[in-house]
Design a protein around this ligand. Sequence first.
Ligand SMILES: *Cc1c(COP(=O)(O)O)cnc(C)c1O
Length: 390
Amino acid sequence: MKIKYFDNAATTKIDKEVLKEMMPYLQEEYGNASAMYTLGRNAKKAIERARKQVAELINCEPSEIIFTGSGSESDNTAIKGTALSLRRRGAHIITSKIEHHAILESCKYLEDKGYRITYLDVNENGYIDIEQLKKEITKGTILISVMFANNEIGTLEPIREIAKIARENNILFHTDAVQAVGNIPIDVKEMEINMLSMSGHKIHAPKGIGALYVKDGIPFKRFIDGGYQEKNRRAGTENVAGIVGLGKACEMAKNNLQEHMQQLENLRDYYISQVEKNIKYIRVNGTLKDRLPGNANISFQFIDAEALLLKLDEKGICASAGSACTTGDPKPSHVLKAIGLKDEIANGALRVSFSEENTKEDVDFLVTNLVEIVEDLRKSSKEYINKAKK
Ligand SMILES: *Cc1c(COP(=O)(O)O)cnc(C)c1O
C-alpha cells in the first residue's frame, strides 16, 4: 500500500538533494570540526557554508546563527538562557497560551524557579490579544515569546506588531518559527526579531538538528554547557551532516518560496472546499486570512479524531489529531481549548498538513475516504442519529 502523507507539520521526508549533500559527512568526511587537520577543516567549512545558507533564508548575519539539536532545544535556550542572563533586570516573561510545549514547559520550569509568566489569551481565530500584551508589560518584563505560526491551527501571529511593542518597551522578543521557516517569508532584520527558533525536520532536513538566531549584541547565556563549539554558545561536537542538511534545505526553501507557498495553498484550499462540499457538521479551525499555506484543521462533529486516524491509517493515510504531542493524552489539545472549542468539537479535529509531494489526486483520495469513514463513525453517535432524524 502506498502511503499518503499529510502530516508535514509533525515531520517531513528528507529531500533527496538534502540527503545527497549530507552523505559525504556521514561517510568519508567524518572529521571533528574542531580538529586542525584537513579532515577537520573540511567539516568546519561545511558548517560555515550551511550557516550562511540558513542566515540567508531569514536575512541575518551567519554569525547570528547557532546550531542546536532541535527546535525544542532552540526554544529552551531562548527562554531559559534569556531568563538567566537578565535575572537581575527582571523575572517576568510574556508568552501565549498556544505555544508549543517546548516553550510552555520551559516557562513552567522557570515558574518553579520564581519567575512570573503571563500566558496571553487568543481569540477564536488563534490571534493573541495585542491590547492584553500591552497591558501585561511591567518594568520587570524581560522577554516576550510568541510563536510565528501555530503548529495545530496554522494561525500566523502579528509578529511585526509584537516585535515593535517589545522594542518600544526595551524587551527582548523571541519567536518560535519552527512551522514558519521555509513556508512563509521571514526577514528578522526588517521584522525586528531578536531571537528565532527553527528545526530541520519540519523543512525536509533530518531530525535532530535545529538552529537559533540570536541577534548580535543581545544578552545571551548558553543552555548546553561543555566545550567551546558554536563560539562558546552551544557545547557538543557539531552534527556536521545534520547542519549541512539544514543548510541545503534552507537554500532550497529560499529559492523556491513563492511557488512552494502557492502550491501548498492550492492544495489546502482545494481540500477545505471539498470537505465543505461533501461533509456536513464540520468546522474549519483557525483563520483563513493569515494561515500557514499547508495547514488545514477541520473538526468533524460527532466523532473522535483518534478513531478517524486509525481508520485513515488502514487506507495508508497519515494525518494528525490536533498535535502529535497530544497522542496518548486524552485531554483535548491546549490550542483548541484556547480558541474556545468545546471538548466534543476539539476531539473531532483533524489536522492535515501538506508538502509539495502531495497532489490534487491525493486530496481527492483523502476526501473520498473521509466521506466514508466519517459517515461510518457517526453511525455510532446517538447525538448524530437524533440530529439526522430531525
Ligand atoms: C516541531 C515543533 C517544535 C519542536 O521542534 P523539534 O525539532 O521537533 O524539537 C517546536 N515548535 C513548533 C511550533 C513545532 O512545530
